[in-house]
Write a protein that binds this ligand. Structure first.
Ligand SMILES: Cc1cc2nc3c(=O)[nH]c(=O)nc-3n(C[C@H](O)[C@H](O)[C@H](O)COP(=O)(O)OP(=O)(O)OC[C@H]3O[C@@H](n4cnc5c(N)ncnc54)[C@H](O)[C@@H]3O)c2cc1C
Length: 370
């Protein structure tokens, strides 16, 4: 008898499974995909979309369409909890979905703990689709006056967002804003000095300010306050702080890693509930904690697909090998990039062209299914 496979989130780690969904259906299984949007946005091109290098259509996958076209069911909604005892997922809407085999690729979110008022003109960098609204609002504000754009966070997404706000307003805005990054105590602190310097230089030479005076305590619509009590005016603020895995697992009392991500073994499988799998930012890979980067979600794809098929068919699982160092290219928003792999480091137009080529190729591969 066929099994019911349920995918929560159509993120980067589910791409290959989604592309091969018809194979589950052909073998007599039912597949349901739950997601809060009919589309999934590719985060690697998100800052470029903010900067109008890409349109929203360039960077999104039509998840609902791809699922339904292959004979699956798409449920528009947000999963909030799972009860593995009765194999049921609970949605925010109150709906429930039961499963035999379940896979999570529900990503991560930016915690809003520092936001102290109604949050007007404060945008988090995830979900990526929010950057469409952020872009429209920035354009509206800069059409009236010179504004201050603040970016809270000192990692690569803060750098890319700052660079692309510069690109957006430089190419399409009426008034150039002041752009300020609140980078905590050290900008790009996870990276070696030479990478940090190249990224910082690219931004500061365009007048983007990088503050390293300490952590932000409070964000309101019109000001940003540091832990030291020093306050700065702002008109528009991005939250690009470290992400946290989807809260579903802690809500459900499931075994998690220290970051709250779904604990998975080398088969990307919950050690306690063998019918539950996961990939991407929402998991905690027990053998070797992984950075929250799309690269790992993409690498997990074939293993997750194989193991979900094995779980419904009753065949052998295959282990995931995270692989070695990965290529990182930052889109600096002015047509240049900073590329780093192991000891190779360079910046400029060629770095951006390589990133653009890789990202467009990835999109084309999965958009072609549509
Ligand atoms: C601005 C920015 C730029 C980045 N650039 C890069 C880059 O260039 N390279 C790189 O490797 N990494 C990059 N990252 C990191 C990258 O975004 C993540 O590692 C990657 O998105 C993880 O993929 P994912 O599929 O696990 O999660 P997501 O991309 O967040 O996808 C999760 C999916 O699940 C859905 N979902 C969420 N909650 C629920 C729910 N409760 N129920 C059902 N569905 C749900 C969402 O709608 C979404 O479709 C960037 C991050 C940001 C914020």
């Amino acid at each position: 008898m066929g099994k019911h496979l349920v995918l929560v989130g159509g993120g980067h780690a589910h791409m290959v499974t989604l592309a091969n969904l018809h194979k589950f259906v052909e073998k007599g299984h039912n597949v349901t995909v739950i997601g809060p949007s009919a589309y999934h946005y590719y985060s690697g091109m998100g800052p470029g979309m903010l900067g109008k290098i890409y349109t929203p259509d360039d960077i999104r996958f039509a998840t609902k369409h791809v699922v339904e076209k292959q004979g699956g069911t798409f449920v528009l909604g947000k999963a909030v909890r799972v009860d593995p005892g009765v194999k049921t997922i609970f949605l925010k809407s109150g709906e429930t979905v039961s499963y035999d085999v379940l896979s999570f690729n529900a990503g991560s979110y930016v915690p809003l703990t520092n936001v102290k008022d109604n949050g007007k003109d404060i945008y988090s960098v995830k979900p990526i689709e929010k950057l469409i609204d952020a872009q429209a609002r920035i354009m509206e504000l800069v059409s009236k006056k010179k504004i201050i754009v603040s970016i809270i966070g000192g990692g690569p997404s803060a750098a890319e967002i700052a660079g692309n706000v510069w690109g957006l307003t430089r190419n399409y805005g009426q008034n150039m804003p002041a752009i300020r990054i609140f980078a905590g105590k050290k900008f790009m602190s996870r990276f070696p000095g030479n990478v940090r310097r190249k990224v910082a230089e690219s931004l500061t030479k365009r007048g983007i300010e990088i503050l390293e005076q300490g952590y932000v305590k409070e964000v309101k619509t019109d000001h940003v306050t540091l832990e030291s009590g020093v306050s700065y005016n702002t008109d528009f603020t991005f939250l690009a702080l470290g992400v946290k895995p989807s809260p579903i697992f802690e809500e459900s009392g499931m075994p998690t890693g220290p970051d709250g991500g779904l604990l998975v073994n080398k088969y990307l499988q919950s050690p306690k509930y063998p019918g539950i799998f996961g990939g991407g930012d929402c998991i905690y890979f027990k053998d070797q904690p992984l950075d929250k980067v799309g690269v790992y979600a993409v690498r997990e794809n074939p293993v997750l697909y194989h193991n979900l098929m094995a779980a419904v068919e009753g065949t052998d699982l295959m282990p995931f090998d995270p692989g070695g160092d990965y290529l990182l290219i930052f889109n600096m928003g002015d047509g240049t990039g900073v590329l780093r792999k192991k000891w190779i480091l360079f910046e400029g137009r060629p770095a951006f062209i390589i990133k653009d080529y890789i990202d467009r190729k990835f999109m084309k591969k999965f958009q072609s299914i549509e």
